[in-house]
Design a protein around this ligand. Structure first.
Ligand code: UD1
Ligand code: UDP
Length: 362
């Protein structure tokens, strides 16, 4: 059995790292393809190094571009590698252009497509990621989902039950495998002169938030209200897309927001676990906040991860300043005693065991 695994962006490297490790542990033959959708050191290589992953067998260097150009390049380049390597399975994760482009290429060779973190839905088709998820799910052969709730979404879309496997989300494996090391080795708090629960953590990078200066300014106004009310700083590792838009539109960031470069995963886990509360529009960060039992306020109008809202770990605030302030107040009053609904941290093992058990030699 041979598996091709495709990474391309920061969250794919992080959430696929336990799958890569589990392949190594089980002696499964795999080929690692990195699309190069993310290419800056702090968005790409740093995670390969920090997580001690093998160097990708192929780096496709697709870089940035419009959605169609980027997805098209990924399709063409992944197709070439799949034809050369002839894997039995392709593993993709999540909802990026790398996920969709790779899955589309595999679907017509064909190579069996395994989609991890399948079935998430925001029901907002203006999000590029929503298109990527829906299409990838509907051309995948095996859909690995984080919960029964998500399984039911896919059943409702007509996906046959025998293609949907509930395993939890590999983001939990990743947190459990790295949190102790992060707590022991990260110096990020002392570098920023911060202590436990003395700051808020912010991430912001969604196209629909940061590419629109009106929305970005509204969110920053909300953060200013939070800073005024609590007198605590907001640490903001700035995603390259957000940096570009802040510079281009000459957006002024309120005092009290500490802008830093994108953090390494270990530093970021440390920042998350010691934050008083996390404000984010990231998918991965919503999962991690819930797993780490840190309250989360989501700076979007909806989420494709309703489980964390249902268990009480997350509140959807949107971008209105008062709604952001009220949501922070509400979340700070809650007990952080929710159960993690995303699995036991053994999702990668379950996924690979499933593939091994269904594999039929040609
Ligand atoms: C992509 C994913 C998004 C995911 C995010 C994770 C899609 C459609 N979007 O969004 O789902 O949440 O990654 O972080 O796939 N840039 C750099 N260096 C890099 C990468 C990007 O400077 O290494 C800058 C470029 O100016 C680029 C912009 O960021 O144009 C956006 O990058 P892109 O990969 O298109 O989308 P993300 O916003 O990163
Ligand atoms: N992350 C990181 N450094 C940062 C911000 C985020 O290592 O400065 C990690 C975070 O722990 C999570 C992932 O990146 O695992 C989330 O990626 P991102 O928010 O870029 O994408 P999304 O999850 O929204 O697709």
């Amino acid at each position: 059995m041979k598996i091709a695994i495709v990474t391309g962006t920061r969250p794919e490297i992080i959430k696929l790292s336990p799958v890569i490790r589990a392949c190594q542990k089980k002696g499964i033959n795999f080929v690692l393809i990195n699309s190069g959708q993310h290419y800056s050191y702090e968005m790409d290589e740093i995670f390969y190094n920090e997580l001690k992953l093998p160097k990708p067998d192929y780096n496709l260097e697709v870089g940035s571009g419009t959605h169609a150009c980027q997805t098209g390049k990924i399709m063409c380049r992944v197709e070439n590698i799949l034809k050369l390597e002839k894997p039995d399975y392709l593993i993709v994760l999540g909802d990026t252009n790398t996920t969709l482009g790779s899955a589309l290429a595999a679907s017509k060779i064909p190579v069996k497509i395994c989609h991890i973190e399948a079935g998430c839905r925001s029901y907002n088709r203006l999000m590029p990621e929503e298109i990527n998820r829906v299409v990838t799910d509907h051309i995948s052969d095996y859909l690995f989902v984080q919960s029964e709730l998500v399984k039911n979404i896919l059943l409702g879309e007509g996906i046959p039950e025998n293609q949907i496997i509930v395993t939890g989300n590999t983001v939990v494996d990743s947190v459990y495998q790295n949190i102790t090391h992060a707590r022991e080795s990260s110096k990020v708090l002392s570098k920023l002169s911060l202590s436990d629960k003395s700051y808020f953590l912010l991430t912001l990078h969604r196209q629909e938030n940061v590419d629109d200066p009106k929305i970005l300014n509204r969110i920053l106004k909300g953060l200013d209200l939070v800073i005024q009310k609590y007198g605590l700083p907001v640490v903001f590792p700035v995603h390259p897309r957000s940096k570009k838009m802040i510079d281009l539109n000459e957006i002024s960031v309120p005092n009290g927001i500490i802008c830093i470069d994108p953090a390494s995963y270990l530093d970021f886990l440390m920042l998350e676990s010691c934050a008083k509360l996390i404000l984010t529009d990231s998918g991965g960060v919503q999962f991690e906040a819930c797993v780490l039992k840190v309250p989360c306020v989501t700076l979007r109008e909806e989420t494709e991860i309703p489980e964390s809202v249902i268990v009480g770990a997350n509140k959807i605030a949107g971008s209105e300043p008062l709604s952001i302030l009220n949501s922070v107040e509400e979340m700070l009053l809650r007990n952080n005693n929710w159960d993690n609904p995303f699995g036991k941290g053994n999702s990668s093992e379950l996924i690979l065991d499933y593939l091994c058990s269904t594999f039929v030699r040609k």
